[in-house]
Design a protein around this ligand. Structure first.
Ligand SMILES: [Zn+2]
Ligand SMILES: [Zn+2]
Length: 357
């Protein structure tokens, strides 16, 4: 195989279908690494990226173009592959190794990046699959070997999902305060990411978990993965029932939906001085009577993926603790357009992970 020319799936207009393109690489230099993609997950965010922005409420979209993304754009930020070429300054990783690529890259030198939170870099977002070419193709060129995370004996398709779904769940629950066995934590939205959060909470927090999801099958799954209680947010009188069942003692709520309804539900069930973490990107606006912040001494924060150190920590944790596996369906890369459509139409359970044809 020629490792100097990448064959990718990219869209040339916002909202357009993905088409095959080629990119000839410059000769490899410095700390660069070329990775032959073996697996790349499709994330719900890819639908927003393809559309050109995120729903900001009132029908307005954020603009990825104004934020610096350029066309043609190759998406794919849950990348696992084999190292096939390394620059002369690369240390600590070798050709033939299989690695997860950490995609949420920043400038790498500012204080935010130095703290490990490159995904929040204020100077330059160089995220793969958003600004730089991602993993919907056969090869990716990675800027520096430090973004490569070996994953031991973990299943590579599952390891790929750690780069976004996994660290998104992990990063969000890390924003909760430390809890005791008297406390409760609520997980709103028990899809793949929410379910991973339930399992990570069981592994890392003392609090009992209450799962909130309108889908009865997801509530059953949450109970199987360690939640103590589960409720349908649309059931009549549910707020009172939750307050009674949890003794009004929900210390934190993680909202994996991020819709107007789910965020107001979260604020309603959290106790005084509680923490609400908003993670989902369904979109809309957050509305709350200002005195509620004061009377409840409420903290509301967001969580955007997570830093590189947390990906390494998650990989280590996954090798010692049994985390639930989201159902994974492997498909050839050439199904990318149909797979994105299936995801948009709600026909995907768990994760589709693409493999180059
Ligand atoms: Zn994602
Ligand atoms: Zn930076």
């Amino acid at each position: 195989m020629n490792y100097q020319c990448a064959h990718r799936w990219a869209f040339k207009t916002w909202g357009g279908a993905l088409e095959p393109i080629e990119e000839v690489f410059e000769p490899i230099s410095g700390h660069e690494v070329t990775v032959r993609v073996t697996h790349c997950g499709i994330c719900h965010s890819d639908l927003h990226i393809q559309a050109g922005g995120f729903e900001m409420g009132g029908g307005r979209l954020s603009s990825l173009e104004a934020a610096g993304s350029t066309l043609p754009l190759t998406m794919g930020h849950e990348i696992v592959g084999e190292i096939v070429d390394v620059g002369p300054d690369v240390l600590g990783v070798n050709k033939g190794e299989h690695v997860i690529v950490y995609p949420w890259q920043g400038c790498g030198v500012c204080t935010t990046c130095a703290s490990g939170d490159e995904q929040l870099c204020n100077k330059a977002s160089l995220s793969m699959g958003l600004r730089l070419p991602g993993g919907f193709g056969d090869l990716v060129r990675v800027r520096h070997e430090r973004y490569l995370v070996p994953f031991g004996a973990l299943d590579p398709a599952r390891a790929a999902t750690f780069a976004c779904a996994g660290i998104t769940a992990f990063g969000a629950i890390r924003k909760l305060p430390a809890t005791t066995v008297e406390d409760w934590v609520a997980v709103v939205g028990c899809g793949g990411v929410g379910m991973t959060a339930v399992a990570l909470l069981v592994a890392t927090q003392a609090a009992r978990i209450v799962a909130i999801d309108p889908d009865p099958a997801k509530r059953v799954a949450a109970l199987q993965h360690g939640a103590s209680l589960a409720f349908d947010p649309n059931a009549p009188g549910v707020l009172k029932e939750i307050a009674k069942a949890c003794g009004g003692n929900i210390a934190g709520v993680v909202d994996f939906v991020g819709a107007e309804s789910s965020s107001s539900f979260a604020v309603n069930i959290v106790r005084r001085a509680g923490q609400v973490v908003i993670v989902g990107l369904f979109g809309g606006q957050f509305k709350l009577a200002l005195p509620m912040f004061i009377f409840k001494s409420l903290s509301v924060c967001g969580s955007y993926t997570a830093g590189l150190p947390l990906l390494r920590e998650l990989v280590a944790l996954a090798q010692t603790v049994t985390l639930p596996t989201i159902p994974i369906e492997l498909r050839p890369m050439s199904t990318v357009n149909r797979s994105l459509d299936d995801l948009a139409q709600g026909r995907v359970v768990g994760r589709v992970v693409l493999q180059p044809d």
